[in-house]
Write a protein that binds this ligand. Structure first.
Ligand code: GTP
Length: 423
């Protein structure tokens, strides 16, 4: 039997996902017509003998319940659980803390997946290679451009034996262009390895603080949180590589991070293109009396699209959206309850929940072309996204042009805005 853990983080994380995470936790934000973590779950549901998926995070308990109820209906044969960390325990701390629940039923292999990624998730291949090599864990890696490798956890791999020889988190100098994707599979023995790592960390911590206290500093700090905090990258993977207990599996499909709000647009495009080939999400099809559809487009059944609108490629239109005559939308995500009036254009943009775009209005960003998360541009000293993002309940008046801007929720825009962050 196999199990999986998805790390969903908590409200204090995903700050780069604002303003969209002000309305909805990042793991539930829709890309490719479904919440980000639905894609992880869909891929896990195809893994042989996978019986349970556990979400670990520090959001309030009720946040994921409606989503998990839907998962129970959609993915029969798999049980779901949300386990809440009492404080932010780091990328391995919660996993270790809840080990008894994870080990219940004695799973042979335990997947761990990060939330803030979009990927083709070749999980059965990953598992097959992991079992073939029989090491304590396998990290899925992907190749990135050499110039951006320093932004990731870099892995030096022996291509013949698949041994991960070194793991270095965000190295200052070049180490390797193979980087961690945030997808792992571990043998159940991983918890013994983690226990030792935690003991070592606690001893180091005690030593450091004994020294600090000797100099009369930090005496009244409450250190319990830090002692229990365990980082998968620095505390575990690096040590596993050092002990020759980590394999690397090369992902040859697509992968990118979903860190900033803007990165949801290219992630949306990747998942829609995947749906076009594997049918994982039902895509819109063109008809003689319907709107013009080009490329991969998702339209929620409750949305009303005028037959003269032109939609696509790479567009997701969500529940109860109304799109008027002559509207053009491409490379964008339109969230629930948005109304877009006649002849408006939405290009490379995200329009937040309950937004209103007036007649001949234009919301336009520039296309994100790189595969990394470097999707911010600076203009006159102001950092703005290349994708145009309107937060929840933003109203753009008739004929107004919003370009390359980020607009915080509940704003009414009566004049043109270019390269601005509108607070
Ligand atoms: P950055 O590049 O610095 O953002 O680091 P990273 O790519 O390693 O990602 P990060 O460590 O921030 O998070 C990886 C995944 O783990 C994301 O899905 C987070 O939501 C999740 N995560 C991060 N910290 C915690 C934590 O303390 N507890 C839980 N449960 N999840 C976490």
């Amino acid at each position: 039997m196999n199990k999986a853990v998805i790390l969903v983080g908590g409200p204090s994380r995903a700050t780069r996902f604002r303003p969209l995470s002000m309305h909805l936790p990042q793991p539930l934000f829709p890309v490719g017509g479904q919440p980000i973590i639905w894609h992880q779950i869909k891929a896990l549901s195809k893994v042989k003998d996978l019986k349970e998926i556990i979400l670990i995070g520090f959001f309030e308990d009720y946040i994921f319940q409606p989503f998990l109820s839907k998962c129970y209906e959609e993915f029969s044969g798999i049980s779901f659980k949300y386990l809440r960390e009492y404080s932010q325990l780091g990328t391995a701390g919660g996993f270790f803390h809840f080990r008894d629940q994870i080990l219940r039923g004695s799973p042979k292999n335990i997947f761990m997946l990060y939330t803030d990624i979009c990927c083709s998730f070749p999980l059965n291949d990953l598992l097959a290679q992991h079992e073939r090599h029989g090491r304590l864990g396998t990290i899925m890696v992907t190749k990135v451009d050499r110039s951006s490798a320093h932004l990731y956890g870099c892995v030096v791999v022996d291509h013949e034996t698949k041994l991960a020889e070194h793991y270095v988190e965000k190295p200052e100098t070049y180490v390797s262009d193979l980087v961690s994707t945030g997808v792992f599979v571990f043998d159940q023995e991983i918890f013994n390895f983690m226990a030792k790592a935690l003991e070592k960390r606690a001893a180091e911590f005690e030593h450091e603080h004994a020294q600090e206290n000797a100099y009369g500093r930090y005496e009244d700090l409450d250190n319990t949180q830090d002692v229990n905090r365990l980082r998968l990258e620095q505390d575990i993977l690096r040590a596993m590589a050092g002990d020759k207990k980590l394999s690397a599996y090369m992902c040859t499909g697509f992968w990118r991070q979903i860190k900033s709000a803007a990165s949801a647009v290219p992630a949306n495009a990747l998942y829609l293109q995947k749906a076009a080939t594997d049918g994982s999400v039902a895509l819109a099809t063109a008809s003689s009396d319907g709107p013009e559809i080009s490329g991969s487009v998702y339209i929620h059944p409750s949305a009303q699209i005028h037959p003269t609108a032109r939609i696509g490629p790479n567009v997701s239109i969500h529940a109860r959206v109304v799109v008027g005559p002559g509207v053009r939308i491409n490379d964008s995500i339109i969230l629930d309850n948005v109304h877009i009036k006649d002849n408006a254009a939405i290009l490379h943009a995200i329009v937040g929940w309950d937004g209103r775009i007036g007649k001949w209005g234009r919301v336009e960003g520039s296309k994100v072309t790189n595969s990394d998360d470097i999707d911010e541009v600076t203009h006159a000293g102001v950092k703005v996204n290349s994708i145009c993002i309107l937060g929840e309940d933003v109203h753009v008046k008739d004929e107004v042009f919003i370009r390359n801007s980020i607009v915080l929720p509940h704003k009414e825009l009566g004049g043109n805005k270019h390269n601005e962050v509108i607070m």
